[in-house]
Structures are given as structure tokens and as C-alpha cells.
Design a protein around this ligand. Structure first.
Ligand SMILES: [Cu+2]
Length: 465
């Protein structure tokens, strides 16, 4: 009896929870209302089966409960009942599957007039490519990917010259225009998903998959990687900004084409050296840094990283937080750099400066530092802390330990990486959460700072701590 009541209560509780659940679909922002309809049908069919079967179970548990006076009867076959059950189940299964087939037929057939956008997934970032005026994406091949050609563009394909390359987590789409989203992966399986659009699709290395939709509401929506197997897909956060056509056109025009990127790739180090004069007062003539001024060694830092940091300082994405007094010093200086070409020249010059060995200033447990680094950081920053360009993770080996520790505290305390457009900084915030207290931070900072140096006195000094 008690058991029958429990089953009945579970059924009633489930129905009530479904009706008052805090977990609802996000408000829809695309043409895919039909996908919501199929979900509704599924909920009705499975919900009906759930309620009927469980109430029937409760009823039989009660009705046929043990009694000395009753004997069970053996009835292995009942043709009439089986025909009924098979019939009802078939109708239920057909109701579950058939609507999906119609929606799927629509989902894989983008309308003729759809414009094309390409999304590339990589561990653990998104990048976007828009065809230029010719409406055609140029040929690209992951085998051609280098630091200077992150999209793997084929240089001799004329269709690619006007392609617009967007290396940012944020993609833009015009509202009410059907779009075919072409999906590629540079490395492993990823899965492009936007809940508000009701679309998701796997991205398979070596293959091109696609989906299509018409955004129907302006606004900004999260792009998630819903690939569950593998490392770190949860940190692949992107956003899609749906705009009025005029705003979209204005944004698109402000982005670099592949042609622009080729021109920017030609750097002028001598020009960079001349500009560097305004930096030497703090960072030292050879970029060796000056602890007294809190300015870290920057010599030898990768040019792509320096460029990104200077662009971020310039726009306040880094250093704009009121608590970031050191970062704030860089804002005015970066703002004085007139254009991207100047910044690239300067970055190339800084990269060419030889890094010198920094002094150990903190005490830390090297063994713990190594363990923390190997488990949590080397996937991005590399086994030897030399940085990995493809994930935008800079060199850390040989950087000042006090500077590294300060950055880690700043990430932890959301002083760095909190700006909504600082996606890589936000990624680091998620990563440092494993480090815990200040001592763990010092341990890892001292360890990384010494990475790559074979100087026995350094190692001895570090071991002493
Ligand atoms: Cu992913």
C-alpha cells in the first residue's frame, strides 16, 4: 500500500515540478519554432506514457497485493492485449520521430538567398570568416595554418582576398536575414550551439558541416561548445550579436580583410625600435624590466601576445578596472600608439630583444609549483612554459616571479580579465581558480619563472625555499 502511494506521489510531484520548473527554454530568437514544437510533442508523448504507466503500476501494486486467499494465474499469451499494446506503442514512437524528420529536412536545406558565415572551432576558441564583396569564401586548409596565417588561407585563391577574418570571440549577424553557418574545426571535435537559436551541430576536423537559421531578435547570445568529451570545452565561450543590417554593415566594414592581414604581416622593426624609446624608461633599454617601477621584463614576449595586450590596454579591456593600478599605467601609453601597424612593428621589435634571466624575489615550493603547473597550466602554456600560439597562451618561462604572482592574484580577484570583451582573460580567471591561496600562487610563479634556466645557482636558491 505504502509503495503504491509513493509511486502515485512521484507521478504527481513530477507533473507539478514540470509545470513550475525553473528550468525553461530560453526565449527563442530564430525561425526554429518548429524545433520547439517537436520538443513539445516529445514532452507530451513521453509525459503521457510516464503518467499512465506509473499510475497503472501503482494501481496493480495495490490491487494485486499479497493475500493468502489469492493464487496467481499463469497467462503467458494474450493476443488481443498484445495487438493493442503494439498498436499504441507504434503510434507513440511514430509521433516522437515523424515531426523531427520534417524539421530535419528543413534544417539541412538552407534557402538559396542565405548569406554565408564560417565558424572555426579550436581548443578553446572561436573564430569567424565572412565572404567579402564577392559573396564567396576563399579556399582554406588547416595544413596552411601558421602564426601569420591563423585561418590557413590559400594565398593564391583570389576569392579569399576580400574575406573578412574575425579573430574575436564575438560574431555578428544581421537580424531577419537567413544565414548558412559553415562549421570547421582546426583540431578536435567541437560542437557549435546557440540555445536562443535552437541550433547545434558538431564540428569535425577534416570535414565541413553546416546549419542555417534566420535570427529574429536583436541582442547578444552565448555561443557554447557542447562537445562533452575531451578537455576544457566548457571554457569555449563565444557570443553572437544580432544587429540591424546598418549596424552590421558598419561593423563588418571595420574588420580586417585577408588582404589587410597580409599587409599588416609585413612589419618594420626599425620603426618599432624608434617607437620603443617611449617604453624604455620603465621596461628598460633592452626590455629587461624594472622591478622598482613595477614594470616587468617584456623582452622576447611573443609578438602576437604583445600586440593583443597593447590593443587591450588601448581600449581599456586590460587595465580599465579601478583596482588595476599597474595596468592603468599602460593605458595612456598604448593610447599614444596611433595605429595597428605601429603596434605590430613595436611588438616585432620587443619580440626580437633577448630575454635575460630574472631574479628570484619570492619564496615558493618548487615541487608543489611544478605539480600545479604540469596538471593545470601546461596544456596551454606548453611543457616548458614557452607559450603556445594556437591557444593564444603567452610565454611565461623566465618572466619576473613577482609579476607572474601579481597577474595570477589579479585573475583570481577579477582585477584582470573581468572586462566583457576579455575572453582570454576570463579563461585565465577560470583556470587560476584551481590555485587557491597566495602561497600556491607563489609556488607556481617561482617555478614558472625559473623554467628553462639551467643556472645551478637559481635552482639551488629555489630549492632552499
Ligand atoms: Cu570545443
Amino acid at each position: 500500500m505504502a509503495f503504491a502511494i509513493i509511486i502515485a506521489l512521484l507521478v504527481i510531484g513530477s507533473v507539478i515540478f514540470h509545470a513550475w520548473s525553473p528550468w525553461w527554454l530560453t526565449p527563442i530568437a530564430s525561425n526554429w519554432g518548429s524545433i520547439d514544437t517537436t520538443i513539445d510533442i516529445t514532452v507530451w508523448v513521453t509525459g503521457f506514457a510516464f503518467v499512465v504507466i506509473n499510475l497503472f503500476l501503482a494501481y496493480t501494486v495495490y490491487k494485486y497485493r499479497y493475500s493468502k486467499k489469492r493464487r496467481a494465474e499463469y497467462e503467458p499469451e494474450n493476443k488481443k492485449l498484445e495487438i493493442w499494446l503494439t498498436g499504441i506503442t507504434s503510434v507513440g514512437v511514430a509521433a516522437l520521430l515523424a515531426p523531427g524528420l520534417f524539421v530535419w529536412a528543413d534544417f539541412v536545406n538552407p534557402p538559396e538567398e542565405a548569406h554565408v558565415v564560417e565558424v572555426t572551432g579550436q581548443q578553446w576558441q572561436w573564430a569567424y570568416r565572412y565572404p567579402g564583396a564577392d559573396g564567396k569564401l576563399g579556399a582554406a586548409d588547416p595544413g596552411l595554418i601558421t602564426e601569420a596565417n591563423p585561418f590557413g588561407m590559400k594565398e593564391d585563391d583570389p576569392a579569399g582576398r576580400d574575406d573578412i577574418l574575425v579573430e574575436s570571440a564575438i560574431m555578428h549577424l544581421p537580424v531577419d536575414k537567413p544565414v548558412k553557418v559553415v562549421l570547421r574545426s582546426k583540431d578536435v571535435l567541437h560542437d557549435f550551439a546557440v540555445a536562443e537559436f535552437r541550433v547545434k551541430m558538431d564540428m569535425v576536423p577534416g570535414a565541413v558541416s553546416y546549419l542555417w537559421l534566420t535570427p529574429t531578435k536583436t541582442g547578444t547570445y552565448d555561443i557554447l561548445c557542447e562537445e562533452l568529451c575531451g578537455v576544457g570545452h566548457f571554457v569555449m565561450r563565444g557570443r553572437v550579436k544580432v544587429q540591424e543590417q546598418a549596424d552590421f554593415d558598419q561593423w563588418l566594414a571595420s574588420q580586417n580583410t585577408y588582404e589587410d592581414a597580409l599587409a599588416l604581416a609585413r612589419v618594420d622593426r626599425a620603426n618599432g625600435q624608434a617607437t620603443y624609446a617611449m617604453c624604455a624608461g620603465c621596461h628598460g633599454v633592452q626590455g629587461e624590466g624594472n622591478p622598482a617601477l613595477n614594470a616587468p621584463q617584456i623582452a622576447g614576449l611573443q609578438d602576437w601576445y604583445v600586440t593583443a595586450q597593447l590593443e587591450h590596454f588601448k581600449t581599456g579591456i586590460r587595465g580599465g578596472n579601478p583596482a588595476d593600478t599597474y595596468g592603468a599605467q599602460m593605458i595612456g601609453l598604448a593610447a599614444a600608439l596611433p595605429d595597428s601597424q605601429t603596434i605590430r612593428n613595436l611588438s616585432a621589435y620587443i619580440n626580437s630583444l633577448p630575454a635575460t634571466q630574472t631574479k628570484q624575489t619570492l619564496s615558493g615550493n618548487l615541487k608543489n609549483g611544478k605539480e600545479l603547473y604540469d596538471h593545470n597550466c601546461s596544456v596551454c602554456h606548453g611543457d616548458n612554459g614557452r607559450g603556445v600560439w594556437s591557444v593564444h597562451a603567452p610565454k611565461l618561462a623566465g618572466m619576473d616571479d613577482w609579476y607572474l604572482a601579481r597577474q595570477l592574484r589579479h585573475f583570481r580577484d577579477k582585477v584582470r580579465g573581468a572586462h566583457p570583451e576579455d575572453d582570454l582573460g576570463h579563461q585565465m580567471q577560470l583556470m587560476v581558480s584551481v590555485l587557491g591561496d597566495d602561497q600556491a600562487i607563489n609556488d607556481v610563479a617561482v617555478y614558472i619563472s625559473g623554467l628553462g634556466y639551467s643556472d645551478p645557482s637559481y635552482v639551488a636558491a629555489s630549492k632552499a625555499n
